[in-house]
Design a protein around this ligand. Structure first.
Ligand code: FAD
Length: 489
Protein backbone atom coordinates (compact mmCIF):
# COMPACT_ATOMS: atom_id res chain seq x y z
CA UNK A 1 0.00 0.00 0.00
CA UNK A 2 1.30 3.46 -0.95
CA UNK A 3 2.30 5.64 1.97
CA UNK A 4 1.28 9.23 1.36
CA UNK A 5 3.36 12.15 2.61
CA UNK A 6 0.16 13.70 3.94
CA UNK A 7 -3.45 12.67 4.43
CA UNK A 8 -5.70 15.69 4.93
CA UNK A 9 -9.03 14.94 6.59
CA UNK A 10 -11.82 17.41 5.83
CA UNK A 11 -12.13 19.93 3.00
CA UNK A 12 -13.15 23.07 4.87
CA UNK A 13 -10.99 26.11 4.07
CA UNK A 14 -8.31 24.66 6.40
CA UNK A 15 -8.09 21.29 4.65
CA UNK A 16 -8.38 22.76 1.17
CA UNK A 17 -5.52 25.20 1.74
CA UNK A 18 -3.29 22.72 3.54
CA UNK A 19 -3.65 20.14 0.77
CA UNK A 20 -3.29 22.69 -2.03
CA UNK A 21 -0.14 24.30 -0.58
CA UNK A 22 1.47 20.93 0.16
CA UNK A 23 0.65 19.67 -3.34
CA UNK A 24 2.34 22.79 -4.73
CA UNK A 25 5.41 21.97 -2.64
CA UNK A 26 5.55 18.59 -4.38
CA UNK A 27 4.33 16.42 -1.49
CA UNK A 28 2.03 13.46 -2.17
CA UNK A 29 -1.30 14.40 -0.63
CA UNK A 30 -4.81 12.95 -0.50
CA UNK A 31 -7.77 15.01 0.68
CA UNK A 32 -10.78 13.28 2.25
CA UNK A 33 -14.18 14.95 2.51
CA UNK A 34 -17.35 13.31 3.76
CA UNK A 35 -19.67 15.66 1.83
CA UNK A 36 -20.05 15.90 -1.94
CA UNK A 37 -18.89 19.56 -1.95
CA UNK A 38 -15.83 21.39 -0.67
CA UNK A 39 -15.87 24.16 1.93
CA UNK A 40 -17.66 22.84 5.04
CA UNK A 41 -19.13 25.91 6.79
CA UNK A 42 -17.86 27.93 3.82
CA UNK A 43 -19.37 25.59 1.23
CA UNK A 44 -22.40 25.53 -1.07
CA UNK A 45 -25.09 22.84 -1.11
CA UNK A 46 -27.95 22.10 -3.48
CA UNK A 47 -31.58 21.52 -2.56
CA UNK A 48 -34.15 20.74 -5.24
CA UNK A 49 -31.68 21.90 -7.87
CA UNK A 50 -31.11 25.33 -6.26
CA UNK A 51 -27.79 26.34 -4.64
CA UNK A 52 -27.34 27.89 -1.18
CA UNK A 53 -24.21 28.94 0.70
CA UNK A 54 -24.00 26.95 3.94
CA UNK A 55 -22.82 29.76 6.25
CA UNK A 56 -19.90 31.93 5.18
CA UNK A 57 -20.65 34.35 2.37
CA UNK A 58 -18.07 37.13 2.71
CA UNK A 59 -14.40 36.95 1.79
CA UNK A 60 -11.80 39.52 2.81
CA UNK A 61 -8.03 39.48 3.07
CA UNK A 62 -7.02 39.71 -0.56
CA UNK A 63 -4.87 42.83 -0.19
CA UNK A 64 -1.37 42.92 1.26
CA UNK A 65 -0.39 42.44 4.03
CA UNK A 66 -3.31 39.97 4.29
CA UNK A 67 -2.54 36.65 2.65
CA UNK A 68 -5.34 35.35 0.41
CA UNK A 69 -4.20 36.95 -2.84
CA UNK A 70 -0.62 35.78 -2.23
CA UNK A 71 -1.89 32.28 -1.59
CA UNK A 72 -3.79 32.36 -4.90
CA UNK A 73 -0.66 33.59 -6.69
CA UNK A 74 1.44 30.88 -5.08
CA UNK A 75 -1.11 28.29 -6.18
CA UNK A 76 -1.30 29.88 -9.64
CA UNK A 77 -5.05 29.99 -9.54
CA UNK A 78 -7.49 32.73 -10.33
CA UNK A 79 -10.17 33.25 -7.72
CA UNK A 80 -13.80 33.51 -8.93
CA UNK A 81 -14.44 36.63 -6.87
CA UNK A 82 -15.78 40.13 -7.36
CA UNK A 83 -15.02 43.13 -5.19
CA UNK A 84 -18.16 44.63 -3.62
CA UNK A 85 -18.48 48.41 -3.18
CA UNK A 86 -19.76 48.01 0.37
CA UNK A 87 -19.19 45.18 2.79
CA UNK A 88 -22.67 45.39 4.27
CA UNK A 89 -25.59 47.60 5.12
CA UNK A 90 -26.42 47.74 8.81
CA UNK A 91 -30.03 48.30 9.88
CA UNK A 92 -30.13 49.28 13.52
CA UNK A 93 -33.04 51.02 15.26
CA UNK A 94 -34.27 53.44 12.56
CA UNK A 95 -30.85 53.80 10.96
CA UNK A 96 -29.41 52.48 7.71
CA UNK A 97 -25.59 52.54 7.70
CA UNK A 98 -23.67 51.65 4.56
CA UNK A 99 -20.20 50.27 5.25
CA UNK A 100 -18.51 51.47 2.07
CA UNK A 101 -14.98 50.42 1.41
CA UNK A 102 -14.22 53.96 0.24
CA UNK A 103 -13.23 55.91 3.39
CA UNK A 104 -14.92 59.17 2.39
CA UNK A 105 -18.27 57.60 1.64
CA UNK A 106 -18.04 55.53 4.82
CA UNK A 107 -17.28 58.60 6.88
CA UNK A 108 -20.15 60.52 5.30
CA UNK A 109 -22.53 57.74 6.23
CA UNK A 110 -21.25 57.49 9.80
CA UNK A 111 -21.35 61.28 10.26
CA UNK A 112 -24.90 61.41 8.91
CA UNK A 113 -26.04 58.68 11.31
CA UNK A 114 -23.91 59.43 14.36
CA UNK A 115 -23.35 63.19 14.52
CA UNK A 116 -20.85 64.30 17.14
CA UNK A 117 -19.03 60.96 17.35
CA UNK A 118 -15.32 60.69 16.61
CA UNK A 119 -15.97 58.76 13.40
CA UNK A 120 -12.89 59.95 11.55
CA UNK A 121 -10.63 59.06 14.48
CA UNK A 122 -12.29 55.66 14.79
CA UNK A 123 -11.74 54.75 11.12
CA UNK A 124 -8.23 56.14 11.13
CA UNK A 125 -7.27 54.22 14.26
CA UNK A 126 -8.76 51.02 12.91
CA UNK A 127 -6.97 51.25 9.56
CA UNK A 128 -3.56 52.09 11.10
CA UNK A 129 -3.74 49.59 13.96
CA UNK A 130 -4.99 46.88 11.62
CA UNK A 131 -1.95 47.29 9.34
CA UNK A 132 0.40 47.33 12.30
CA UNK A 133 -1.13 44.11 13.67
CA UNK A 134 -0.79 42.27 10.37
CA UNK A 135 2.84 43.33 10.02
CA UNK A 136 3.54 42.16 13.57
CA UNK A 137 1.76 38.88 12.92
CA UNK A 138 4.02 38.03 9.98
CA UNK A 139 7.11 38.69 12.10
CA UNK A 140 5.63 36.52 14.81
CA UNK A 141 5.01 33.43 12.63
CA UNK A 142 5.69 30.54 12.82
CA UNK A 143 4.26 30.38 16.32
CA UNK A 144 5.07 26.94 17.70
CA UNK A 145 4.79 27.66 21.41
CA UNK A 146 6.05 29.72 24.26
CA UNK A 147 9.71 29.64 23.22
CA UNK A 148 8.73 31.47 20.03
CA UNK A 149 6.94 34.02 22.17
CA UNK A 150 10.09 34.67 24.20
CA UNK A 151 12.20 34.80 21.01
CA UNK A 152 9.82 37.39 19.57
CA UNK A 153 10.00 39.47 22.75
CA UNK A 154 13.80 39.47 22.64
CA UNK A 155 13.94 40.36 18.93
CA UNK A 156 11.23 43.00 18.91
CA UNK A 157 11.00 44.43 22.44
CA UNK A 158 9.24 47.70 21.56
CA UNK A 159 6.66 46.02 19.34
CA UNK A 160 6.14 43.31 21.96
CA UNK A 161 5.48 45.79 24.74
CA UNK A 162 3.00 47.65 22.56
CA UNK A 163 1.22 44.41 21.68
CA UNK A 164 1.16 43.42 25.32
CA UNK A 165 -0.42 46.76 26.17
CA UNK A 166 -3.02 46.17 23.43
CA UNK A 167 -3.70 42.74 24.83
CA UNK A 168 -4.42 44.07 28.32
CA UNK A 169 -6.48 46.99 27.01
CA UNK A 170 -10.13 46.09 26.53
CA UNK A 171 -11.95 46.12 23.18
CA UNK A 172 -14.53 48.13 25.10
CA UNK A 173 -12.28 51.18 24.70
CA UNK A 174 -13.63 51.58 21.14
CA UNK A 175 -16.86 52.74 22.68
CA UNK A 176 -15.10 55.96 23.71
CA UNK A 177 -15.44 57.14 20.10
CA UNK A 178 -19.20 56.90 19.83
CA UNK A 179 -20.56 59.70 21.97
CA UNK A 180 -23.02 57.57 23.94
CA UNK A 181 -25.12 56.37 20.97
CA UNK A 182 -26.87 53.17 22.03
CA UNK A 183 -27.37 52.02 18.43
CA UNK A 184 -23.69 52.67 17.60
CA UNK A 185 -22.72 50.56 20.61
CA UNK A 186 -24.98 47.76 19.45
CA UNK A 187 -23.61 47.96 15.93
CA UNK A 188 -19.95 47.76 17.05
CA UNK A 189 -20.71 44.98 19.51
CA UNK A 190 -22.36 42.87 16.84
CA UNK A 191 -19.58 43.43 14.31
CA UNK A 192 -17.31 42.12 17.05
CA UNK A 193 -19.61 39.13 17.64
CA UNK A 194 -19.75 38.09 13.98
CA UNK A 195 -16.00 38.44 13.52
CA UNK A 196 -14.53 37.35 16.87
CA UNK A 197 -17.45 35.39 18.34
CA UNK A 198 -17.51 37.68 21.37
CA UNK A 199 -18.74 41.12 22.38
CA UNK A 200 -16.27 43.98 22.78
CA UNK A 201 -16.16 43.77 26.59
CA UNK A 202 -14.68 40.26 26.34
CA UNK A 203 -12.01 40.80 23.69
CA UNK A 204 -8.68 42.60 23.77
CA UNK A 205 -8.01 45.84 21.93
CA UNK A 206 -6.02 43.96 19.22
CA UNK A 207 -8.80 41.45 18.60
CA UNK A 208 -11.30 44.32 18.46
CA UNK A 209 -9.12 46.06 15.86
CA UNK A 210 -9.07 42.95 13.66
CA UNK A 211 -12.80 42.36 14.10
CA UNK A 212 -13.99 45.94 13.61
CA UNK A 213 -11.72 46.37 10.56
CA UNK A 214 -13.29 43.39 8.82
CA UNK A 215 -16.18 45.35 7.28
CA UNK A 216 -14.01 48.33 6.33
CA UNK A 217 -11.62 46.15 4.35
CA UNK A 218 -12.54 45.20 0.80
CA UNK A 219 -15.17 42.48 0.74
CA UNK A 220 -15.44 39.97 -2.07
CA UNK A 221 -18.31 37.94 -3.46
CA UNK A 222 -17.68 34.33 -4.57
CA UNK A 223 -19.15 33.65 -8.00
CA UNK A 224 -20.78 30.23 -8.24
CA UNK A 225 -20.91 30.05 -4.43
CA UNK A 226 -18.30 29.50 -1.76
CA UNK A 227 -17.64 25.92 -2.89
CA UNK A 228 -16.59 27.29 -6.26
CA UNK A 229 -14.04 29.49 -4.47
CA UNK A 230 -12.76 26.36 -2.68
CA UNK A 231 -12.60 24.41 -5.96
CA UNK A 232 -10.39 27.10 -7.46
CA UNK A 233 -7.96 26.76 -4.54
CA UNK A 234 -8.02 22.95 -4.68
CA UNK A 235 -7.69 22.68 -8.46
CA UNK A 236 -4.36 20.77 -8.37
CA UNK A 237 -5.10 18.56 -5.37
CA UNK A 238 -5.25 14.98 -6.54
CA UNK A 239 -6.75 12.75 -5.34
CA UNK A 240 -9.72 14.32 -3.60
CA UNK A 241 -11.91 11.59 -2.11
CA UNK A 242 -15.36 13.16 -1.92
CA UNK A 243 -18.24 11.54 -0.05
CA UNK A 244 -15.56 9.74 1.96
CA UNK A 245 -15.71 9.76 5.74
CA UNK A 246 -12.63 9.09 7.82
CA UNK A 247 -13.81 7.06 10.82
CA UNK A 248 -10.55 6.52 12.69
CA UNK A 249 -6.94 7.64 12.60
CA UNK A 250 -4.52 5.20 14.24
CA UNK A 251 -0.79 4.76 14.61
CA UNK A 252 0.52 1.77 12.67
CA UNK A 253 4.26 1.15 12.73
CA UNK A 254 5.99 4.40 11.78
CA UNK A 255 2.91 5.67 9.92
CA UNK A 256 -0.69 6.64 10.42
CA UNK A 257 -3.50 4.39 9.29
CA UNK A 258 -6.80 5.95 8.23
CA UNK A 259 -9.97 3.86 8.25
CA UNK A 260 -12.38 5.42 5.80
CA UNK A 261 -15.64 4.61 4.04
CA UNK A 262 -13.51 3.91 0.95
CA UNK A 263 -11.02 1.58 2.64
CA UNK A 264 -7.70 2.04 4.43
CA UNK A 265 -5.00 4.58 3.64
CA UNK A 266 -1.54 5.15 5.10
CA UNK A 267 0.30 8.42 5.52
CA UNK A 268 3.49 9.65 7.16
CA UNK A 269 1.71 12.75 8.44
CA UNK A 270 -1.96 13.59 8.95
CA UNK A 271 -3.63 17.01 9.01
CA UNK A 272 -7.09 17.00 10.53
CA UNK A 273 -9.43 19.79 9.45
CA UNK A 274 -11.71 19.26 12.37
CA UNK A 275 -12.32 20.93 15.71
CA UNK A 276 -10.15 20.22 18.74
CA UNK A 277 -13.32 18.89 20.41
CA UNK A 278 -13.73 16.21 17.68
CA UNK A 279 -10.31 14.65 18.13
CA UNK A 280 -11.45 12.42 20.99
CA UNK A 281 -13.73 10.41 18.71
CA UNK A 282 -11.53 10.45 15.63
CA UNK A 283 -8.03 9.65 16.83
CA UNK A 284 -7.09 6.34 18.47
CA UNK A 285 -4.15 7.73 20.42
CA UNK A 286 -4.76 8.16 24.15
CA UNK A 287 -2.67 11.32 24.56
CA UNK A 288 -4.63 12.97 21.72
CA UNK A 289 -7.94 11.92 23.26
CA UNK A 290 -6.84 13.51 26.54
CA UNK A 291 -5.85 16.68 24.70
CA UNK A 292 -9.34 16.81 23.18
CA UNK A 293 -11.07 16.10 26.51
CA UNK A 294 -9.13 18.98 28.08
CA UNK A 295 -10.18 21.23 25.17
CA UNK A 296 -13.83 20.37 25.83
CA UNK A 297 -13.43 21.45 29.45
CA UNK A 298 -11.35 24.56 28.72
CA UNK A 299 -13.08 26.00 25.65
CA UNK A 300 -16.65 25.61 26.68
CA UNK A 301 -17.75 29.10 25.62
CA UNK A 302 -18.59 28.58 21.97
CA UNK A 303 -21.50 29.35 19.71
CA UNK A 304 -23.54 27.53 17.15
CA UNK A 305 -25.67 29.02 14.38
CA UNK A 306 -29.21 29.21 13.15
CA UNK A 307 -29.52 29.63 9.41
CA UNK A 308 -32.44 30.27 7.11
CA UNK A 309 -32.15 29.47 3.41
CA UNK A 310 -34.61 30.62 0.76
CA UNK A 311 -35.15 31.68 -2.82
CA UNK A 312 -36.02 35.34 -3.28
CA UNK A 313 -37.74 36.90 -6.25
CA UNK A 314 -35.30 39.24 -7.99
CA UNK A 315 -37.86 42.01 -8.33
CA UNK A 316 -38.20 42.17 -4.52
CA UNK A 317 -34.47 42.70 -3.93
CA UNK A 318 -33.94 45.84 -5.98
CA UNK A 319 -31.62 48.36 -4.22
CA UNK A 320 -30.74 45.86 -1.49
CA UNK A 321 -26.97 45.28 -1.23
CA UNK A 322 -25.49 41.74 -1.20
CA UNK A 323 -25.09 41.74 2.58
CA UNK A 324 -27.42 43.24 5.17
CA UNK A 325 -27.01 43.08 8.96
CA UNK A 326 -30.28 43.58 10.83
CA UNK A 327 -30.00 44.34 14.55
CA UNK A 328 -33.13 44.00 16.63
CA UNK A 329 -33.77 45.21 20.18
CA UNK A 330 -34.59 41.71 21.42
CA UNK A 331 -32.62 38.47 21.05
CA UNK A 332 -34.18 35.64 19.08
CA UNK A 333 -35.77 32.88 21.17
CA UNK A 334 -33.99 29.63 22.17
CA UNK A 335 -30.58 31.02 23.11
CA UNK A 336 -30.40 33.38 20.16
CA UNK A 337 -28.81 36.80 19.69
CA UNK A 338 -30.09 40.06 18.20
CA UNK A 339 -28.57 39.94 14.71
CA UNK A 340 -29.61 38.55 11.35
CA UNK A 341 -26.99 38.52 8.63
CA UNK A 342 -28.54 38.30 5.16
CA UNK A 343 -26.56 37.44 2.02
CA UNK A 344 -28.11 37.48 -1.45
CA UNK A 345 -26.54 35.98 -4.55
CA UNK A 346 -25.82 38.45 -7.34
CA UNK A 347 -28.42 38.37 -10.14
CA UNK A 348 -25.68 37.91 -12.76
CA UNK A 349 -24.25 34.86 -10.94
CA UNK A 350 -25.97 32.22 -13.04
CA UNK A 351 -24.80 29.32 -10.87
CA UNK A 352 -26.40 30.74 -7.73
CA UNK A 353 -29.32 32.70 -9.19
CA UNK A 354 -31.98 31.66 -11.68
CA UNK A 355 -33.77 33.76 -14.27
CA UNK A 356 -36.05 35.29 -11.65
CA UNK A 357 -34.75 34.18 -8.22
CA UNK A 358 -31.74 34.82 -6.00
CA UNK A 359 -30.32 32.55 -3.33
CA UNK A 360 -30.52 33.84 0.24
CA UNK A 361 -28.59 32.68 3.31
CA UNK A 362 -29.49 34.24 6.67
CA UNK A 363 -27.42 33.45 9.75
CA UNK A 364 -27.39 34.25 13.44
CA UNK A 365 -25.84 32.93 16.65
CA UNK A 366 -27.40 30.52 19.08
CA UNK A 367 -26.40 28.65 22.21
CA UNK A 368 -26.17 24.94 21.36
CA UNK A 369 -27.51 23.86 24.77
CA UNK A 370 -31.01 25.00 23.70
CA UNK A 371 -30.95 22.34 20.95
CA UNK A 372 -29.88 19.33 22.98
CA UNK A 373 -32.13 16.50 24.15
CA UNK A 374 -35.25 17.70 22.32
CA UNK A 375 -38.02 15.39 21.17
CA UNK A 376 -38.81 15.45 17.45
CA UNK A 377 -41.91 17.47 18.18
CA UNK A 378 -40.07 20.05 20.31
CA UNK A 379 -37.40 20.35 17.65
CA UNK A 380 -39.86 20.94 14.84
CA UNK A 381 -41.82 23.44 16.99
CA UNK A 382 -38.65 25.41 17.64
CA UNK A 383 -37.59 25.48 14.00
CA UNK A 384 -41.10 26.55 13.01
CA UNK A 385 -41.20 29.35 15.61
CA UNK A 386 -37.77 30.55 14.53
CA UNK A 387 -38.64 30.53 10.86
CA UNK A 388 -41.70 32.71 11.48
CA UNK A 389 -39.80 35.06 13.81
CA UNK A 390 -36.84 35.49 11.43
CA UNK A 391 -39.13 36.20 8.48
CA UNK A 392 -41.12 38.71 10.52
CA UNK A 393 -37.94 40.55 11.52
CA UNK A 394 -36.75 40.61 7.90
CA UNK A 395 -40.09 41.95 6.62
CA UNK A 396 -40.15 44.61 9.33
CA UNK A 397 -36.80 46.07 8.20
CA UNK A 398 -36.92 45.15 4.50
CA UNK A 399 -40.63 45.38 3.61
CA UNK A 400 -39.93 45.04 -0.13
CA UNK A 401 -39.07 41.36 0.50
CA UNK A 402 -42.63 40.59 1.66
CA UNK A 403 -44.15 38.13 -0.76
CA UNK A 404 -40.77 37.57 -2.40
CA UNK A 405 -39.26 34.91 -0.12
CA UNK A 406 -39.98 31.36 -1.27
CA UNK A 407 -39.47 27.88 0.21
CA UNK A 408 -37.61 29.03 3.35
CA UNK A 409 -36.05 26.33 5.52
CA UNK A 410 -34.04 26.40 8.72
CA UNK A 411 -30.61 25.04 9.74
CA UNK A 412 -29.82 24.48 13.43
CA UNK A 413 -26.86 23.24 15.51
CA UNK A 414 -28.14 19.73 14.72
CA UNK A 415 -27.85 20.46 10.99
CA UNK A 416 -24.26 21.66 11.38
CA UNK A 417 -23.42 18.64 13.53
CA UNK A 418 -24.90 16.26 10.99
CA UNK A 419 -23.32 17.74 7.86
CA UNK A 420 -20.00 19.25 8.96
CA UNK A 421 -19.53 16.69 11.77
CA UNK A 422 -18.56 19.49 14.16
CA UNK A 423 -18.91 18.54 17.83
CA UNK A 424 -22.37 19.63 19.10
CA UNK A 425 -22.71 21.74 15.94
CA UNK A 426 -20.34 24.34 17.42
CA UNK A 427 -19.36 26.70 14.62
CA UNK A 428 -17.33 29.88 14.24
CA UNK A 429 -14.43 28.45 16.23
CA UNK A 430 -13.29 29.14 19.75
CA UNK A 431 -14.28 32.71 20.66
CA UNK A 432 -11.27 35.03 20.55
CA UNK A 433 -11.83 36.25 24.12
CA UNK A 434 -9.00 37.51 26.34
CA UNK A 435 -9.36 34.48 28.56
CA UNK A 436 -8.23 32.24 25.67
CA UNK A 437 -6.48 34.40 23.13
CA UNK A 438 -3.62 34.40 22.30
CA UNK A 439 -1.79 32.73 25.18
CA UNK A 440 -4.20 29.83 25.77
CA UNK A 441 -5.46 29.30 22.25
CA UNK A 442 -4.91 25.83 20.75
CA UNK A 443 -1.92 25.45 18.44
CA UNK A 444 -1.93 23.04 15.47
CA UNK A 445 0.30 20.44 17.14
CA UNK A 446 -1.15 17.43 18.92
CA UNK A 447 0.69 15.21 21.40
CA UNK A 448 1.17 12.67 18.55
CA UNK A 449 4.13 13.65 16.39
CA UNK A 450 3.14 14.04 12.76
CA UNK A 451 -0.54 14.62 13.59
CA UNK A 452 -1.73 18.20 13.17
CA UNK A 453 -4.96 20.19 13.24
CA UNK A 454 -6.10 23.11 11.09
CA UNK A 455 -9.37 25.04 11.18
CA UNK A 456 -11.14 27.66 13.19
CA UNK A 457 -10.43 26.17 16.61
CA UNK A 458 -6.69 26.62 15.99
CA UNK A 459 -4.59 29.81 16.38
CA UNK A 460 -5.38 32.49 15.22
CA UNK A 461 -8.97 31.34 14.97
CA UNK A 462 -11.99 31.81 12.91
CA UNK A 463 -13.20 32.82 9.47
CA UNK A 464 -11.71 32.11 6.09
CA UNK A 465 -8.92 34.57 6.79
CA UNK A 466 -8.09 33.38 10.29
CA UNK A 467 -8.02 29.73 9.22
CA UNK A 468 -5.77 30.62 6.25
CA UNK A 469 -3.23 32.20 8.59
CA UNK A 470 -3.43 29.10 10.79
CA UNK A 471 -2.58 26.90 7.82
CA UNK A 472 0.37 29.12 6.83
CA UNK A 473 1.58 29.04 10.43
CA UNK A 474 1.49 25.23 10.54
CA UNK A 475 3.23 24.77 7.20
CA UNK A 476 5.92 27.31 8.11
CA UNK A 477 6.51 25.33 11.30
CA UNK A 478 6.73 21.84 9.77
CA UNK A 479 8.00 22.40 6.20
CA UNK A 480 11.30 24.26 6.01
CA UNK A 481 10.98 24.61 2.24
CA UNK A 482 7.62 26.31 2.70
CA UNK A 483 9.06 28.72 5.27
CA UNK A 484 11.71 29.78 2.75
CA UNK A 485 9.29 30.56 -0.07
CA UNK A 486 6.78 32.17 2.26
CA UNK A 487 8.81 34.78 4.06
CA UNK A 488 6.47 37.66 4.81
CA UNK A 489 8.41 39.73 7.29
C1 FAD B 1 -23.36 30.73 9.65
C2 FAD B 1 -21.92 31.07 9.47
C3 FAD B 1 -21.56 32.23 8.77
C4 FAD B 1 -20.21 32.53 8.59
N1 FAD B 1 -19.86 33.63 7.84
C5 FAD B 1 -18.56 33.84 7.54
C6 FAD B 1 -18.18 34.82 6.59
O1 FAD B 1 -19.03 35.49 5.99
N2 FAD B 1 -16.85 34.99 6.31
C7 FAD B 1 -15.88 34.23 6.91
O2 FAD B 1 -14.69 34.40 6.64
N3 FAD B 1 -16.23 33.27 7.81
C8 FAD B 1 -17.52 33.05 8.12
N4 FAD B 1 -17.87 32.04 8.96
C9 FAD B 1 -16.82 31.26 9.60
C10 FAD B 1 -16.18 30.28 8.61
O3 FAD B 1 -17.15 29.72 7.77
C11 FAD B 1 -15.48 29.16 9.37
O4 FAD B 1 -14.71 29.69 10.43
C12 FAD B 1 -14.56 28.39 8.45
O5 FAD B 1 -15.17 28.15 7.20
C13 FAD B 1 -14.23 27.08 9.15
O6 FAD B 1 -13.34 26.37 8.35
P1 FAD B 1 -12.64 25.06 8.87
O7 FAD B 1 -11.36 24.93 8.09
O8 FAD B 1 -12.51 25.07 10.35
O9 FAD B 1 -13.54 23.84 8.39
P2 FAD B 1 -15.08 23.45 8.43
O10 FAD B 1 -15.86 24.50 7.73
O11 FAD B 1 -15.50 23.01 9.78
O12 FAD B 1 -15.05 22.19 7.47
C14 FAD B 1 -14.55 20.94 7.88
C15 FAD B 1 -14.84 19.94 6.77
O13 FAD B 1 -14.32 18.67 7.17
C16 FAD B 1 -15.24 17.66 6.86
N5 FAD B 1 -15.02 16.57 7.81
C17 FAD B 1 -15.04 16.66 9.16
N6 FAD B 1 -14.78 15.45 9.71
C18 FAD B 1 -14.56 14.61 8.69
C19 FAD B 1 -14.23 13.23 8.62
N7 FAD B 1 -14.09 12.51 9.73
N8 FAD B 1 -14.09 12.65 7.41
C20 FAD B 1 -14.23 13.39 6.27
N9 FAD B 1 -14.55 14.70 6.28
C21 FAD B 1 -14.70 15.30 7.47
C22 FAD B 1 -16.61 18.32 7.00
O14 FAD B 1 -17.57 17.66 6.23
C23 FAD B 1 -16.32 19.74 6.50
O15 FAD B 1 -16.55 19.84 5.11
C24 FAD B 1 -19.21 31.69 9.13
C25 FAD B 1 -19.57 30.53 9.83
C26 FAD B 1 -20.91 30.21 9.97
C27 FAD B 1 -21.27 28.93 10.66
Amino acid sequence: MEVLDYAVVGAGIGGVLASALLTKLGRSVALFESLSYLGGCAGTFKKNGFSYNVGATTITGLEDPMPLWRIAEFLETSLPVRELPLSMQVLVKEKRINLWWDSERLLDDLNKNFRGSANHELIDTLRKSHLELWRTLWKFLPFRGYTDLVRFFLRHPTQSLRQLFWHFRSGQSFKEYINGYEDYRLFLDYISLITSQAFLRDVSYSVAVMGLSYPINKTYYAFGGMSNFMESLAKDVDPIYRKTTVFKVKKAGGHFLLETSKGEFRAKRVILNTTVWNLEDLVEVESVKNFSRRAKRTYSKAWSAITLYAKVKKENVKDTPSHVLILDDEPLPFGGTKELFLSFSLPEDRLMSSEDELSLTVSTHTLPSYWENLTEEEYSQRTHTLKEEILERIYKRLPSLKGGIREPFIGTPKTFERYTKRYKGLVGGIPIVREYFPFHYPLPFTPAEGLYVVGDTIFPGQGILGVSVGVLNLLMAIEEEFRKCWSYA
